[in-house]
Structure formats: C-alpha cells, structure tokens
Design a protein around this ligand. Sequence first.
Ligand code: PLP
Length: 397
Amino acid sequence: MSIPLSPTVQKLKPSATIAAAAKAKALKSTGVNVHEFTLGEPDFVTPEHICNAAKEAMDAGHTHYTPAVGIPELKQAVCDSYQRDHGLTYQPNQVAISNGAKHSIHNVLTALCGPGDEVIIPAPYWVSYSALVELCGATPVIVDTTEESGFCMSADQLRAAITPKSKLLMLNNPCNPTGAAYPVETLEALARVAVEHQLFVMSDEIYEKLIYEGSEFRSFATLGEDVVPLTIIVSGVSKAYAMTGWRIGWTLAPVELTAAMTKLQSQETSNPCSISQYAAIAALNGSQECVEEMCAEFASRRTYVMQRIKALPKVSFAEPGGAFYVFFNVAEHFGRPLPGGQSVENSSDFCSALLEHAHVALVTGDAFGAPGYVRLSFATNMATIEAGLDALEKFLS
Ligand SMILES: *Cc1c(COP(=O)(O)O)cnc(C)c1O
C-alpha cells in the first residue's frame, strides 16, 4: 500500500542541485574519479576564530533554547554589520535569525504570500525559489532574462509582469546560478517600479561579499527611504564565511513583517542552533580578512575558468560579476552525436552524458528555469578545476 501523501508534498519537486550532487557521489562511490562541479558551497574550512567561538559557547553552557529568532547579541551584530558595510540603520526588532537563508526565504513567503498572490521571479533563478512559492500556495510568475543583458531583469520587464495580484519580487543579487551582479542603475530603476506599484522586494544578498573586479554590490535597501519599507533583505553566513553547515541566516525587514516571521518561526522550528549563533557573532564582529582571502581565491579561479570556457567550441556565457558559478550555454551541442554515440537533446541529457562519459558533474540549467544552459561551480580546488575542464574540453571536441 502506498502512503497517501499530502497534496502539497506530492506536488513538491526535489532540489535539483542536491539531486545532481547525489548522482555524482553515487558514481564516485563505485571508484570513479568524478570531477565535481555541482557544489553550491565554499570548499574552504570555516575560519578558526569562528570555530573557537563555538567551542567557547559550548564551554560557557550556551547549549539551551534561545529566543525564537535569535539572541540579542547576534541581532545587534547583524545590525552593526549593515551599518558598517552599507550605511543602513536597522534595529534589532527588524532582524529575524533563522536556520539559514533558505529558511528565511520560506519565512518571508509564508508570512507574506498565499493563494491568489503572484510572486515575480527573474529566470534563471535559484532552484528553490519557485518550489517555495508553490509551497505557500502562491503563483510564481517567471520573467526570462537574456545572456545579452547579463541575466539582469530590466525595469520594463518588471513593469510588464506586474498585475493587481503581484505581491513580491524575488531578486537574487549576485545571482545563483548566473553570477549576475546587478548594475546600480538597473537596481535603481527596479526600485522605482517597486515603489510606484508598492510591490515588496525580497532581495537575496547571500553572495554580497563575493564580488569581482568590474562589478559593484549595492544592497537594495540603500536605494531610497521609500524603498526600505518594501524591502526584505535575506542573507546569512553560509557563503561569505564558509559556514554552510552551521545553518544561520537572517532577514532585515519592516517591524510588522519581522513580528509575523517571529510568530511563524516560534511555532515551526524555534531558535536556530545556539552554538552556531555564537559562531555567527564571531564571524560578523571579527576581522573580515578571511572573507577577503577566500574572495581573492575565488577571483583567481574565476579568471582561469572563464578563460578555459571561452576556448570551448560552441559555448557562450555572460561573465559572472559575483558568486562562484559560470552559467554557460551548450545548446549548440544538442542534436549532434557525442562520445558514446548518444545524441543529446537538452541540458539534462547533456549533464547525464557528460557525467557518464567524461566523469564531469555539472547541474542542468533546466533546474534553474534556463533550458540550454549548465551551471559550473568553481567552489572547488584548482586541481579539480584543471582536470575537470580538460575532460570537458575533450568531451566537446
Ligand atoms: C546558498 C544559497 C542560499 C541558502 O543559504 P543557506 O543560508 O545555507 O540556507 C540562499 N540563496 C541562494 C541564492 C543561495 O545560493
């Protein structure tokens, strides 16, 4: 007898990036040397001073429940970091600490959106965006962006997508999977449209510290006094401090919305890990040199990877201004026979054939609402990058 699962879960798609990583891992466990590029997390170890703060927290007995959306010291550290980095003044009652930015996104959507609401999502988008919108009963409205525009949505595109049902825009800057870092003028134009239509904007800024030469990061909340009451910043420590396993994220939002998310989180999960909260304080209040060092390493890998991908036959991409991904178009390889005799017809086929014959693991663009593309994460060591790109080049030529 099969278990009669809830309609919500029956409709829910599994995370495609996690599935791709699992497939690569399964092949690896058979003894194959897999060149793994599916990972959406820094390969660095969490900096020592952060780990030490966690050990000290345990020794000091900080191993019990905390307030549902975080201890006051961490909320204050978040406020201080936005004042320092962006000149933004937030109060602790506008901060909700969660079990990671993904959890924060769920909180925002559940607190704000429901059946009948439309949520505008520029594509390519992070895998969980559309799934989480559907989970809260709202309707995702996908707006396709182009490689020529650097995968940035324009104000005109936003205006055209707005209907009386539009509630929220989900922006991701810099973007996973494209690496797009929105130019300030584009952000300003989007902000004007949002204000005009009183549209809420969730700005997922989890990659804000990973910005490369030629690009600039601006937090959405800096775009005007009238933009702040509509803005919900989502971020966390995962990407900037190599702390994906610690599960600490946050929102900066209007007081009323923060209170709603607090109520929700107090019923759903209670507080995020107490020890991780102390580690996050050390990350935010400590020296930011570790962030600069990791970013510099990502920058040199990015330069190398872009140069190699540029040299591949019949492949195109928009240079990533931030994050640690290159998102490239392989559609010109569809329909022609590849090693193994198969012909591939779409990005998912392409990724399967590539994994099977070249042992290179990428994530299909289909997962990000971008057929024809594949995502390569350069959050892995140079030896893997070099060997993997050699294998990819051989597969394509
Ligand atoms: C990694 C990632 C997150 C989630 O981060 P966690 O804090 O680890 O949950 C959110 N948004 C984007 C775009 C990401 O790539």
